[in-house]
Design a protein around this ligand. Structure first.
Ligand code: G6P
Length: 617
């Protein structure tokens, strides 16, 4: 996992490299490095920690119009300077950055060590650098085709790799020349005037050029300041499809907030307004989606929907399952993307597969969509990042328009995804059972959502007090039913992610089958129980926890006065129709984990061991 950047052109490379790495920091932030090709030599600077540490160490960057950069999320070997990229191959004739995982690295490494190559890191990536050096050693120089030897060496090296790679490589003896290659890890080329950019996604390139090439698997790009070409790994040149760059460079300032996570929690009313803008049609009491690319016949013939994603996006898929099954009466199946890819379930014709993803870069989600697409199913994306790999790879989709989400723990993307799923439920429902009147009511409820979230946010001070009380807990249970079961999972995930407190989310009634054994005076249980179908049942579960001496916190409707007699702490939220409750009830849970993490002195926006987007399997 990691982010890579490369530059060749007429300007100094350093500014693009550092700025580009900052934009890719969501892919990993445990160490970073750059290589800048100056007049005589390649200067490599590496540093443990964030891009800022690298920038500080770099000071005034060396001049040079060719360069590579890398931000790392450790897979093989801990986050040390030796394991940070760029890596060197041979005696320094090859300098490389890599994103991906090489599964057969140990066997390749053993072979290279036997040949006398010396390794200085524990990474799988260094193997590729030495392999390319070996490829060069085996390929004699030719006078007539000066690039051919380098291309052949890279082709030979990547031909031996098993696993995934997006890589960029420069050569000590070949100034002004860069090769990029991709298999399984996304890579794009920005096409400028007299300059070319390489990056793991379009975000570093946005604002530098508006023309982009999305490399496909098995493709290599050869770049100089004068031009570029794309080759297939095994065959010759391929036709290049230069596309307009859609990605937004995005607003990334803190805007007075202490952390991005808090800012993004407070942005939710606007994020939802943006998700709904232009998508609610009063005349037909339905939702409209320009990018689904479904004909009315295809829409009518959908018999099943698969929702897939990872992490928080998987939780919104669970919410979507409840919404679509209840409102549209279409069977929905929710799959972890990482399982869907290898589980090979039977998928009937007329099944739609939605990949839900904030970043559009999550490797498992991308692979799951590619796998189902390969089997002939229509794949659609519910995605935030415009022009991302998953947006590119799908047959159509819906953008969230939530704006950049920088905090690693997802907040506004979750509520925006749920909102889009509610609109999809309306859209599918109106092609079948949902009446005009019900459609009108759903639209009215959706329109009230931003105001309901604004009201839910007023609980912030109350939540902060609850956070102070429970900040030292070692275990927390989150319990809810129906629409609020996924919220329980999401609340628990938020707490784990940013405060490092163990937490579990459960359907409230399932608590009796195991988790209740954890209940004691030091284990608080958070009950998500706004008024609705299962309220009384959840109330009984709460009594069961109280009877065993467990502290209980209730997330309850503002009209619920009785609950204060039972719960130790109550956080109130506005009344909402059941299908929209998860979008409201999650707000106090986001705030609770945020305040607990701050009180415990945790790095809220960049928690340990995590990355905003997981770009390896
Ligand atoms: C990582 C992030 C989570 C996110 C998940 C899926 O684990 O830390 O916050 O939910 O990836 O990311 P995606 O971009 O596909 O929604």
């Amino acid at each position: 996992m990691c982010g890579i950047v490369g530059y060749v052109g007429g300007e100094d490379a350093a500014e693009f490299l550092i700025d580009g790495l900052r934009r890719l920091e969501y892919r990993g932030y445990d160490s970073a490095g750059v290589a800048i090709f100056g007049d005589a030599d390649i200067a490599i600077t590496r540093s443990v920690g964030r891009i800022q540490s690298l920038a500080d160490r770099l000071g005034t960057p060396p001049p040079g119009t060719l360069g590579l950069g890398h931000t790392r999320w450790a897979t093989h070997g801990p986050a040390t300077e030796e394991n940070a990229h760029p890596h060197i191959g041979g005696d320094g004739e090859v300098v490389l950055v890599h994103n991906g995982v090489i599964e057969n690295y140990q066997a390749l490494k053993d072979g290279l060590i036997e040949k006398g190559y010396q390794f200085t890191s524990a990474t799988d990536s260094e193997v590729i650098a030495h392999l390319i050096a070996e490829g060069l050693a085996q390929t004699p120089p030719t006078d007539d085709q000066p690039h051919a030897r380098y291309v052949t060496a890279v082709q030979w090296a990547i031909g031996q790799l098993r696993g995934t790679y997006g890589l960029a490589v420069v050569f000590r003896d070949k100034p002004g020349f860069l090769i990029a290659a991709r298999f399984g890890s996304p890579l794009v080329i920005g096409v400028g005037r007299g300059e070319y950019f390489v990056a793991s996604d379009a975000s570093p390139i946005a604002g530098r050029t508006d023309r982009i090439v999305y490399l496909a698997d098995h493709q290599l790009a050869v770049l100089t300041a004068d031009g570029f070409s794309v080759l297939h790994r095994d065959s010759g040149k391929v036709r290049v499809n230069i596309q307009p760059l859609e990605a937004e460079s995005g607003e990334v300032s803190l805007n007075g907030y202490e952390h991005y996570m808090l800012k993004e929690i407070y942005e939710q009313p606007d994020a939802l307004r943006n998700a709904m803008r232009g998508r609610l049609n009063d005349q037909d009491a339905t939702a409209v989606f320009g990018g689904l690319n479904l004909t009315p016949q295809q829409l009518r013939s959908v018999e099943r929907i698969i929702l897939t994603g990872c992490g928080t996006s998987w939780h919104s898929a669970l919410v979507g399952e409840y919404m679509i099954e209840e409102l549209a009466r279409i069977p929905v199946c929710v799959e972890y993307a990482s399982e869907l890819r290898y589980r090979n379930p039977p998928i009937e014709n007329n099944t739609l597969v939605f990949g839900i993803t904030q970043s559009g870069e999550t490797a498992d989600t991308l692979a799951a969509l590619n796998e189902t697409k390969r089997k002939g199913h229509r794949t659609l994306a519910i995605c935030n990042v415009v022009g991302s790999s998953i947006a590119q790879a799908s047959d159509g989709g819906v953008y969230l328009h939530a704006g950049p989400e920088i905090g690693v723990a997802s907040t506004k993307a979750f509520t925006s995804q749920c909102c889009v799923l509610a609109m999809l439920a309306l859209y599918f429902g109106r092609t079948r059972h949902t009446s005009f009147e019900t459609g009108e009511r759903i639209i009215e409820d959706l329109r009230r959502l931003p105001a309901m979230i604004e009201q839910a946010l007023t609980c912030d001070a109350e939540v902060r007090k609850v956070a102070e009380k429970y900040q030292s807990a070692s275990n927390v249970l989150y319990l809810g039913r129906r629409y609020n079961f996924p919220t329980a999972l999401e609340g628990a995930l938020k707490l784990k992610e940013i405060s490092y407190i163990h937490a579990e989310g459960y359907p409230a009634a399932e608590m009796k089958h195991g988790p209740i054994a954890l209940v004691d005076a030091d284990t608080p249980s958070v009950f998500i129980m706004p008024r609705g179908t299962t309220y009384d049942k959840v109330l009984s579960n709460m009594e069961e926890v109280k009877a065993r001496g467990g502290p209980v916190i209730a997330i309850a409707s503002s009209e619920d006065t009785e609950i204060r007699k039972i719960a130790d702490d109550v956080i109130t939220i506005p009344e909402a129709p059941e299908f929209l409750q998860p979008i409201i009830t999650v707000v106090p849970l986001q705030l609770l984990s945020y305040h607990i993490a701050v009180l415990r002195g945790c790095d809220v926006d960049k928690p340990r061991n995590l990355a905003k987007s997981v770009t390896v399997e």
